[in-house]
Design a protein around this ligand. Structure first.
Ligand code: NAP
Length: 355
């Protein structure tokens, strides 16, 4: 069996970076061999600068690692690894992630920087693994030799698109309306000030609505070796920050092209499965979508951890008076929405022989 691939984590000290480090402990394909963060942290010991916020011990294997800079630059220490998983602020990710891909290292990115670039695949392994076929074109276009960039969606998009995928396949989507109630961990640490979020709801998350209004169409669109074509339906999103620690709850309404019934919608959602399940990838949920029949589910505390935080839990499915159907879903933002999404992408790349 091939030795474990060496993973370098950019943004390792952050909310998503910590999740990744936890999820990668004892992983069958990967081991964390390098960690990087901002210039403030460079050269320091991981355990001395990381404000560890997970309710699990920091793995011993990373405690004594020295933090690298998060980009490849002459004269600075450089990570040597087989794959980079990056969880950096969007504004610096473009230069940073690009520098690693140009240096020959495949990059899996959690940030928004490259998601909508026409030659960069935006992957949800259950939905569009075929979009990886564009990688050779990306490498040729950008002059990357062995490096490339693969992205995963925004943490609100992913729960939505998981539920939309089986409906699009069975009935065709015409229009989608989504209102989110998003957890505070989605803003990273320290995130929203406690005095702003306690006893409150904030009806604005910078750039979020724009991302949710364009990413689903790219993911549900057609892939080829040279082009990714967006699916032709509209999404309208309103995003709110609420005083929940983890888990984005979303109220969704859909207009479909073909006629359906509540029973048929439930059947499409419950039977949804994809390549990660077929390949039994280590981080893949057995049931990617779980449908709950109780009147008052899903709820963040009760449902966000379903399938180790990798499932989308859907409930309250009913007919809508204006659109065709409405439902509520929850998805764990730092697991399925970030660290788990990136890790499942990395596992898919191994399974496809791209790593
Ligand atoms: P975070 O908790 O604020 O962590 C940010 C990380 O980036 C830290 O490791 C920080 O290092 C590093 N960093 C900050 N400024 C930097 C710079 N100028 N150069 C290099 N590194 C820098 O944020 P997060 O929640 O983990 O989010 C990281 C990325 O993932 C963002 O793009 C975010 O949009 C995306 N994302 C987050 C979630 C979520 O649920 N939180 C979900 C999906 C996607 P220091 O410790 O040295 O400051």
């Amino acid at each position: 069996m091939k030795a474990k691939r060496r993973v370098g984590i950019l943004g390792a000290t952050g909310t998503v970076g910590q999740r990744l480090i936890h999820m990668l402990r004892n992983h069958p394909y990967f081991e964390v061999t390098a960690v990087a963060a901002s210039d403030r942290s460079e050269g320091k010991r991981f355990a001395d600068v990381c404000k560890w916020k997970l309710p699990f011990e920091m793995p011993e294997s990373v405690k004594d690692m020295t933090l690298y800079p998060s980009k490849v630059e002459p004269g600075r220490p450089q990570i040597d690894c087989d794959i980079i998983i990056a969880s950096l602020p969007g504004d610096i990710a473009l230069e940073s992630e690009g520098s690693f891909a140009a240096a020959g290292i495949p990059v899996i990115s959690n940030s928004s920087a490259f998601r909508m670039h026409p030659d960069v695949p935006l992957i949800v392994p259950e939905i569009n693994p075929d979009h990886l076929d564009i990688i050779p074109y990306q490498q040729k276009k950008r002059g990357f030799k062995t490096g490339y960039i693969v992205t995963n969606p925004n943490c609100t998009t992913i729960g939505l698109v998981m539920a939309l995928a089986p409906l699009h396949k069975a009935f065709g989507l015409e229009a989608v309306m989504m209102t989110s109630m998003q957890a505070i961990s989605g803003a990273g640490y320290p995130g929203v000030a406690s005095m702003d979020i306690l006893d409150n709801v904030i009806p604005h998350i910078g750039g979020e609505e724009e991302k949710v209004e364009e990413e689903p169409q790219k993911i549900l669109g057609k892939g080829s070796k040279t082009k990714l074509t967006a699916a032709p339906f509209l999404v309208s999103a309103q995003c709110n920050r609420v005083a929940v620690h983890d888990g984005h709850l979303e109220s969704v309404r859909v207009k479909l092209k073909k006629k359906a019934t509540v029973e048929k919608v439930i059947e499409a959602l419950e039977s949804f499965t994809g390549l990660p399940q077929e390949l039994k990838l280590p981080t893949a949920p057995v049931r990617p979508i779980i449908v709950r029949r109780e009147q008052d589910r899903p709820q963040p505390r009760l449902d966000r951890d379903a399938e180790n935080g990798m499932a989308t839990v859907v409930g309250r499915i009913s007919k809508d008076t204006i659109f065709d159907f409405k439902f509520t879903l929850i998805s764990h933002n730092t697991i399925r929405g970030a660290a788990g999404a990136a890790l499942l992408n990395a596992e898919l790349l191994v399974a496809k022989g791209l790593l």
